[in-house]
Design a protein around this ligand. Structure first.
Ligand code: KG4
Ligand code: ZN
Length: 355
């Protein structure tokens, strides 16, 4: 079965064609990230307008592998090659979501193909299924950590289609904390990747004589599987402001801060996930979402699992950040087709599921 998957929940416009939920035929992603740089964050109105510009060219390119030379109309390409449409309906920005959702519904209406609504956050974890088909199978029960710009959620997965939400962030997401720190340190739209690169260059000599102490929130028992990163965000703001006031925000200090922030966020993510895995006798841990691209996070998980009989699954970096491949994978494993007329963009779609 071939699925055309579409994702437009934020500042990426993505389309992919997936065979039987696991084989990638195409994967096209366009981003409007740089357009938002001068505003210091994503501007929903700008993101939505860019979605309108990108959506048809991106879908057309996703269908290109079926043709050597001249391509027929988009409608013909879909009719001849695609069995079903998968569309991310939320959570996300309403303006951005509407562009993808209404386009997908129109395609379903005119072609008569079935259409499957997909929860963007739950779908992230299915990037692991795309990869593991060829390599190693996932053993259940598994603990799945979805960690992105908007979410930090833990799930118990008893099978590919049985999910229970265990907990999530009570305020900011881990990715948001990376992004905010990146902006404070002057990295523009670079987000977590810039922090990772600066932290990589950190040496002990960069540390301040008076070391900074960042809180590692929610590691207590009462908040077993919940996260909170807003206190950490505030602590970083305070430290950066102090450095600025004292004229100490040098290259060395920026490397030091990046290192400290990365160590703090990754410590919390690893400890909580490991605790969930031990409590539920998990055979596997699945990481996904943009922050799971972080190399230090991957390294720490590998170290933590050295003496545990738990296997670690992480998608390649290109499938961690937003794309439509995992939207198609989720639709294959978990999705149910609906009439196009009943599908709506849902910016606040809940991720606290139990199936
Ligand atoms: O999943 P994603 O592409 O979009 C959302 O659904 O939010 O995640 C984007 C987030 C951003 O916060 C970005 O800074 C973060 O993922 N990110 C990283 C890395 N690559 C992307 N954070 C830390 N280290 C990275 N290498
Ligand atoms: Zn995402």
């Amino acid at each position: 079965m071939r699925t055309l998957a579409i994702e437009s929940s934020c500042d990426e416009t993505a389309a992919a064609v997936i065979e039987n939920g696991t084989t990638i035929i195409s994967n096209v992603v366009s981003t409007s990230k740089e357009m938002h740089e001068k505003y210091g964050g994503i501007v929903p109105e700008v993101a939505a307008r860019m979605q309108l510009d990108y959506i048809i060219p991106v879908i057309t390119e996703a269908l290109a592998p079926f043709y050597g030379g001249e391509k027929p109309s988009l409608l013909r390409m879909i009719n001849d090659n695609i069995d079903t449409i998968a569309i991310a309906v939320g959570p996300g920005l309403i303006g951005s979501l509407l562009v993808g959702v209404e386009t997908a519904k129109t395609i379903a209406m005119v072609t008569g193909k079935p259409i499957i609504p997909v929860n963007h956050v739950l779908a992230h974890m299915y990037a692991n299924f795309v990869v593991t088909k060829q390599s190693n199978e996932i053993q259940f029960p598994a603990i799945s950590l979805v960690v992105s710009g908007g979410h930090t959620e833990l799930y118990l997965m008893q099978s590919p289609n049985t999910l229970t939400w265990l907990g999530g962030t009570l305020d900011d997401a881990a990715g948001e904390c990376f992004d905010k720190t990146a902006r404070l340190l002057g990295f523009g739209h670079g987000g977590g990747v810039s922090i990772q690169e600066a932290a990589k260059k950190f040496q002990q000599a960069d540390a301040l004589a008076d070391p900074i102490r960042l809180p590692r929130p929610m590691l207590d028992h009462d908040n077993e599987f919940n996260f909170s990163f807003s206190g950490l965000k505030t602590a970083i703001l305070r430290e950066v402001n102090t450095c600025k006031t004292n004229n100490r925000l040098t290259e060395e200090t920026i490397r030091y801060m990046s290192h400290e922030v990365q160590e703090t966020i990754t410590d919390v993510l690893v400890k909580k996930t490991l605790h969930a895995a031990q409590k539920h006798n998990a055979q596997s841990i699945l990481l996904s979402g943009g922050v799971s691209a972080n190399l230090r996070l991957r390294e720490k998980f590998q170290e933590a699992l050295t003496n545990e009989h738990i296997s670690l699954h992480v998608p390649p970096v290109s499938l961690c950040t937003d794309n439509a491949v995992y939207i198609g994978a989720y639709a294959y494993f978990q999705g149910t087709p609906e009439h196009w007329g009943s599908i709506i963009a849902s910016p606040n779609l809940s991720v606290e599921v139990s199936s």
